[in-house]
Design a protein. Structure first.
Length: 86
């Protein structure tokens, strides 16, 4: 019985060791830019929250790029801008 348990533990150790070697040493993952550098944060001009630039709603208004946290803030910003300019 002791021999069976010892062999089982040995095979289990070998399995995890080989899976680690195969995953990390033989086929290493390439690091992407997202993993190595934090994403730039931009401020929503309507609600003033900071959001990652990649997930923001982008809209060019009067020659400037504006970034919004969602389409609702974009809609309200445009409404506020049109009311203020009238």
């Amino acid at each position: 019985m002791f021999r069976f348990i010892s062999l089982f533990i040995l095979f289990l150790f070998l399995y995890y060791f080989l899976s680690f070697v195969i995953r990390h040493l033989l086929f290493p993952r390439k690091r992407t830019k997202r993993e190595s550098e934090p994403e730039e944060l931009v401020q929503d001009p309507y609600c003033h929250t900071y959001i990652p630039k990649g997930s923001a709603v982008k809209k060019r208004i009067a020659g400037e790029d504006h970034y919004f946290c969602n389409t609702e803030c974009l809609r309200r910003f445009i409404e506020k801008d049109t009311v203020a300019s009238s």
